[in-house]
Structures are given as C-alpha cells and as structure tokens.
Design a protein around this ligand. Structure first.
Ligand code: PGA
Length: 251
C-alpha cells in the first residue's frame, strides 16, 4: 500500500505576517494517521515555516532548486544543498508555471531532479499537458515525454526516492478539475511507463494529482487506484481547507 501524501504548494504567496497566520492554522489541524503532509512555501519563508512547524508532522519543501547541487557562483539561485541544510526534505521540479513562464525544459528539469537527489532531497517531478495538447489527443504522449526524459537521463531507479505529480495545465488555478477518470487514466499511464522499466519502482512510487483540488472534490480523486494524494495550490493557503483535504486522503 502506498502512503498518501498531501502537499501544499504556496507558490509566490505570503508575507511574514500571513505565513505566521497560516502556520498557526496548520499547527491546530488534527491530521489523520497514515498519511504524509508537506508544505512548499516560497524560499524566503522556508526558515520561518520550518521553525513554526517544529514538532508537527509536516515536511517542508522548496518550489524550485538550482541545477547544480552545491553552493557556488550562480546568482539568484538556491542550491539543493542549501535547501537540505535549511531543513527542507523535498523540492518541486518542473512545475508547469516554471516550464511555461520561466522556459524550463525537460533536460534542465532532469538536472534539477538529480541535483536534488544528490543532496538527499526528494524531488517531486511535475508533469502535465496544456488544454491544446489534450484537445489534440496528445496528453499521454506529452506526459510520457516529460517523464521519459528523466527516466532516460537518470534511470528508472531514480524514482525509488521521488514523487510524481500529474497536473494538467488547464486545471491549475482555473477551477476546472480533471474528472477522477481523466486523472486516473494519466496516472495509470505514468505507472505503466515506469513499470515497463521496473515493476517494483512503479508499484511503490507515489503519483499525486494537482489542479484545482479542494475539499469538495478531493475524496473522489483520492479514491482512484493510482492517485496517491494531491499537490494543492490555492486551497493550501487556507489551513481549514487544507486540513479537510488531508482528512479526505486519510479516509
Ligand atoms: P491549484 O494549483 O490547486 O491552485 O490549481 C496546483 C498547483 O499548481 O500545484
């Protein structure tokens, strides 16, 4: 059995004051047994969140990392080793906002994935198709290519200590959610692609769904056999809503 993970991606949100409020709300949550919970604040707030959540069973991760593992001359970037030193346990790589707005390509995302792992961080590889790609019937091909680059570059074994997040671009921040069946189809394809290389890795890897997940639709998504939790954007900024999503994963 895979242990569900509910992960909150705070994106470029938060001030010291609003983050303090959110921490307070998260500390009050009664989390269900048997699930993992993680939050991904902006880099600026990672130290505040790690300190604020001390003693609470919630991991903290970063939303991005440098392509090079170790600190050095790379202005404006944060090294995975620095994230690990700060107390991060995970890092998102290849979020669609970074692919689309920052122009990150599959090769760069593979490097970030490898750099993160070399520092002991668990990468959460985000994949997903645009609406145009879905409408052209290319969803499985696009997601397969995004996943395939990392498999080719690093080997399927890299997924023994990584997480995959399927996030259809058209569902992110739009209020449109993939139906449980649409999501399950892609999750199953991701698992099959990994299974073609290594059955055990495929069976054990957690595949999260992301894209307008909220308390009202979480349970039906999490019920699908290949959906092992969620990557939550907007709804993770509200502690009560996030708590309700965690409970849906625990039930
Ligand atoms: P959303 O974002 O839940 O606000 O749609 C999800 C994500 O981008 O990770």
């Amino acid at each position: 059995m895979r242990r569900p993970l509910v992960a909150g991606n705070w994106k470029m949100h938060g001030t010291r004051a609003s983050v303090a409020e959110l921490i307070k709300g998260l500390r009050h949550l009664a989390l269900p047994a048997g699930i993992d919970v993680a939050v991904f604040p902006s880099c600026l707030h990672i130290a505040q969140v790690i300190a604020g959540l001390e003693g609470k069973a919630m991991a903290v991760g970063a939303q991005n990392c440098a392509v090079e593992p170790m600190q050095g001359a790379l202005t404006g970037e944060v090294a995975p080793s620095q994230l690990a030193d700060a107390g991060c346990r995970m890092v998102l790589v290849g979020h669609s906002e970074r692919r689309q707005i920052m122009g990150e390509r599959d090769e760069m995302i593979s490097r970030k994935f490898a750099a993160a792992q070399s520092c002991g961080l668990v990468p959460v590889l985000c994949v997903g198709e645009t609406l145009e790609q879905r409408e052209a019937g290319k969803t499985i091909e696009v997601v397969g290519r995004q996943l395939g680059t990392v498999i080719e570059d690093l080997g399927v074994g890299a997924f023994a200590s990584a997480i995959v997040a399927y996030e259809p671009v058209w569902a992110i921040g739009t209020g449109l959610t993939a139906t449980p069946e649409q999501a399950q189809e892609v999750h199953a394809a991701i698992r099959a692609q990994l299974a073609a290389e290594n059955g055990e890795v495929a069976r054990k890897v957690r595949i999260l769904y992301g894209g307008s997940v909220k308390a009202a639709n979480a349970a039906e998504l999490f019920r699908m056999p290949d959906i092992d939790g969620g990557l939550i954007g907007g709804a993770s900024l509200n502690a009560d809503e996030f708590g309700a999503i965690c409970r849906a994963a625990g039930s």
